[in-house]
Structure formats: structure tokens, C-alpha cells
Write a protein that binds this ligand. Structure first.
Ligand code: ADP
Length: 271
């Protein structure tokens, strides 16, 4: 009897141990696959603008260029350099967030002015088939917010850039409202959408939704990880609601460190 009980016990212990080993191997394999995909993606993200810079800098050396040609080549070199700088900044931001060395610098700022500025910067660089709308439900009063406006700007820039990048044609809407004493920001698009199994994973670094369209669009899978890191540092949450082929809406909150200033009678009359 004792031999039988020991045997059964041994069998279950061994089975548990084997399952643990198998799970650890699966995790290691997935992590390896992620690293390989990341290296491929980041190489591509670096090589494309580098090719632009090297190629067009070479062409600039030719003697018989018109003024328009020179301007066009310089424009491509500048845009490619910006792209390259963005990739490097993203890698640095991720490593800063990982090491816990991000410094949060909270100041008081006017929410309406802040949103108008974000909106106007993106409006000026829109593709032809995309429109951008600002839906600021708090517009009628001045909300003075106490937060890190630079980080907040980075988060919104990232979400709006993604919304534009993953929307071949349609509308992107930047929204702001208050919810349960918090500020709730949203960026909605009518783009390619995200399948439910990726709704949480995409906020982990290197993760990209594996559909054909994403592969052709390009990216290193760092932007949303940076957004989540920054939102958490500001004391909020970030999430997405999305339907494949219909569009996505990214939401994030920040704590309600704000005061509301009703406009004076003269200000109301002016506007
Ligand atoms: P990247 O865009 O460089 O791949 P991100 O971290 O910004 O990295 O996004 C991770 C993934 O989430 C993207 O690869 C894409 O699959 C998905 N994604 C992000 N934003 C959107 C969006 N607005 N519409 C559809 N998919 C999106």
C-alpha cells in the first residue's frame, strides 16, 4: 500500500514538475520570438530612414540639380532624420521607464490651451484622406490642471500618431471629459481596428497585433508601452476598445488634480 501511495505521489509531483518546465520553456520560446521580431522590426525602422539619408545626401552632391530638386532632397533628409531620432528616443524612453528613472515634473496649466495646441500641431501635418476633430466637452470652463504637461503631450502625440498611422482613410477624434472626478482623454479612429486577443498585449513592449496590415505599416512595438509607462507614472490607467475592420478608441485617465474656473461675464461676452 505504501509503495502504491508513494508511487502515486511521486507520479503527481513529477507531472507538476514537468508542467512547470514545459511552461518555462514556452515562456522562454515566446520571449525569444518577441526579441527576434523586435530586432527585425527595429532594424527595419532604422534602415528605412538611414537609406533615405544616405541616398539623398549622395544625390545632393551632383552638380546639375535645380533649386526644387535640392529642396526636395533636403526635405527627405530632414524627415528621415526626424524618423530616426524618434526611433532612438523611443528606445531610450523604454529603458528609462524600465529603470524607474523617469522624472515627473508637475505644473499648473490650462487644459483648453493645452488641447488646442496638440490639436493644431497634428492638424498641420495631416495626410490628405484623414481629418482630425477635437471633442473637448470641458471647453466652456477653464480647467487648470496640475500634471506633467510634457508627458501628457507625449502620450496624446503617440496615440494620435498611431490613430493616423493605422487609419488608411477616415476620421480621428481627440476627446476630453471628466469621469468620476478624473480627467478622461480618448483618441478614436475609424481605422483597421485590433482583434480582442491583442487588446491587452499591445501595451507590452515589442508586441504588435499580427495581422497583414500591421506588418506592411511598420513599427517597433514600443509606443504603447511608453504610453502605459507614462500614464501609470501620472497615476492613471490606459485601455482600448476596438473592433477589427471598424476602428479603435484608446482611453486614459489622470487623477483629478484640477480646479475649474468659470469664465467671467466679460470673457463669456467676448467669446
Ligand atoms: P508600433 O505602432 O510601432 O507597432 P505601438 O506600441 O505604438 O507600436 O503599438 C503596438 C501595436 O498596437 C501596433 O503594432 C498595432 O498592431 C496596434 N495598434 C496601436 N494603435 C493602433 C490603432 N490606432 N489602430 C490599430 N492598431 C493599433
Amino acid at each position: 500500500f505504501y509503495v502504491l501511495v508513494t508511487g502515486i505521489l511521486f507520479y503527481f509531483l513529477l507531472k507538476k514538475h514537468l508542467i512547470k518546465i514545459r511552461n518555462a520553456e514556452k515562456k522562454a520560446r515566446e520571449s525569444d520570438q518577441l526579441k527576434t521580431a523586435f530586432l527585425q522590426n527595429i532594424s527595419h525602422e532604422i534602415r528605412t530612414p538611414m537609406n533615405g539619408i544616405v541616398g539623398f545626401a549622395g544625390l545632393l552632391k551632383e552638380n546639375d540639380l535645380t533649386k526644387d530638386q535640392k529642396e526636395m532632397y533636403l526635405d527627405i533628409i530632414t524627415k528621415s532624420s526626424d524618423q530616426l531620432l524618434n526611433v532612438v528616443n523611443d528606445v531610450l524612453d523604454v529603458s528609462l521607464i524600465d529603470s524607474g528613472n523617469v522624472i515627473i515634473n508637475k505644473t499648473q496649466f490650462n487644459l483648453n490651451e493645452f488641447l488646442e495646441q496638440i490639436y493644431s500641431v497634428h492638424s498641420t501635418i495631416l495626410r490628405k484622406n484623414i481629418s482630425l476633430r477635437l471633442n473637448n466637452t470641458l471647453y466652456s470652463s477653464d480647467h487648470i490642471v496640475f500634471s506633467d504637461s510634457v508627458k501628457l503631450g507625449q502620450i496624446l502625440d503617440n496615440l494620435i500618431s498611431n490613430a493616423i498611422k493605422y487609419t488608411p482613410k477616415g476620421e480621428v477624434e481627440l476627446g476630453c471629459e471628466t469621469k468620476e472626478n478624473k480627467l478622461l482623454f480618448s483618441v478614436k479612429d475609424s481605422g483597421i481596428g485590433i482583434a480582442p486577443e491583442y487588446h491587452e498585449k499591445i501595451f507590452d513592449r515589442f508586441h504588435r497585433a499580427e495581422i497583414e496590415t500591421t506588418k506592411t505599416i511598420g513599427g517597433a512595438g514600443l509606443g504603447l508601452a511608453i504610453c502605459r509607462g507614462n500614464v501609470n507614472l501620472l497615476g492613471g490607467d490606459i485601455w482600448v476598445e476596438s473592433n477589427l475592420g471598424i476602428g479603435s478608441k484608446f482611453y486614459f485617465t489622470i487623477p483629478g488634480d484640477f480646479v475649474v474656473q468659470k469664465p467671467t461675464v466679460e470673457e463669456k461676452a467676448d467669446s
